[in-house]
Design a binder for this molecule. Structure first.
Ligand code: FE2
Length: 295
């Protein structure tokens, strides 16, 4: 397996290893897992992707999420990101599918709004537009390292509230349905996630974050905005331009990402599997102490 760096200090393409190898071979999994811990975003090119292979690969990293209510693929292990309606045609720009893609264009980390946040997301390209529709990543580990030490120390003891409805309401009022809101009440996480394998800390931020525990709503929003701007500063991102056969996985503990727009009349179909974080991924360390005591 060769590791080819592709981004500014993070993100790497892996060559000489396939999803199928990782699914069936312990040594291949161990090598890819080590690269994942080190590089945060991994790119696999030229893969033969089926739902079964993608899920078998993903399961190596931990328990797969069951897709939430209100998403395409609900109840399965797959999130279907599509702009193709039931009639086989691309949906209009004001359709819920299209609005959800716009919400994905806000900087975020997947599943920070869930009771169990995500370790990793695995995304495969099934139908891609001729241009646009890239996925852009930043390293919140490198962003944390760039912060002033006093702020780093403060953030290590700070907790942010995350709510799916918050990120969706930035795009359109009512985009999160009453059913989704009921299923996804706000949750609170430490603002720094320390990787238990290499000890490196990362900012834990997302478009879902709306408040910081113990400070005013205005001050919390200002801090979240300031940290997001710092984490996504020009020149710090890796832009993945999708080709057929591409699979990209990322560490939701140490990155943020956003989708990029594409011509609205062009179809795009992506399939995501998402693996929940477990205690061995440092989950206990991001829980609020009161929350730990209550559970
Ligand atoms: Fe995402």
């Amino acid at each position: 397996m060769d590791i080819i760096p592709v981004g500014p200090g993070f993100a790497a393409e892996l060559r000489g290893v396939s999803l199928n190898d990782v699914a069936h071979d312990d040594a291949a999994y161990a090598a890819v897992r080590a690269a994942f811990e080190a590089h945060s975003v991994l790119v696999f090119r030229g893969q033969e992707v089926t739902d079964d292979i993608q899920l078998a690969f993903s399961r190596r990293f931990g328990p797969p999420e069951v897709t939430k209510v209100g998403s395409l693929g609900t109840g399965s292990h797959f999130v279907i990101l599509s702009t193709i309606g039931p009639d086989g045609k691309v949906v209009p720009p004001d359709h819920r599918y299209a609005l959800r893609n716009r919400a994905n264009q806000l900087w975020h980390t997947d599943s920070s709004f869930k009771r169990v946040p995500a370790l990793t997301s695995v995304l495969s390209a099934r139908i891609i537009p001729a241009r646009g529709g890239e996925t852009e990543f930043v390293s919140t580990r490198l962003a944390f390292a760039r912060l002033d030490p006093a702020l780093q120390a403060k953030l290590g003891h700070s907790f942010a509230w995350h709510d799916y409805n918050h990120s969706r309401s930035q795009i359109a009022e009512g985009l999160a349905t009453p059913e989704e809101r009921a299923a996804l009440p706000p949750v609170c996480w430490r603002m720094v996630w320390k990787n238990p394998v290499n000890g490196r800390s990362a900012l834990y931020l997302a478009s879902h974050a709306y408040a910081v525990e113990g400070i005013s709503p205005e001050a919390g929003k200002a801090l979240l905005d300031e940290l997001t701007a710092a984490a996504t500063a020009p020149g710090t991102s890796y832009m993945h331009e999708w080709k057929s056969g591409d699979v990209v996985m990322w560490d939701n503990r140490a990155t943020m990402h956003r989708g990029r727009p594409w011509p609205a009349h062009e179809a795009r179909l992506m399939v995501r599997t998402t693996i929940s974080a477990t205690e061995s991924d440092g989950l206990a360390s991001v829980r609020r102490p009161a929350q730990q005591a209550a559970e």
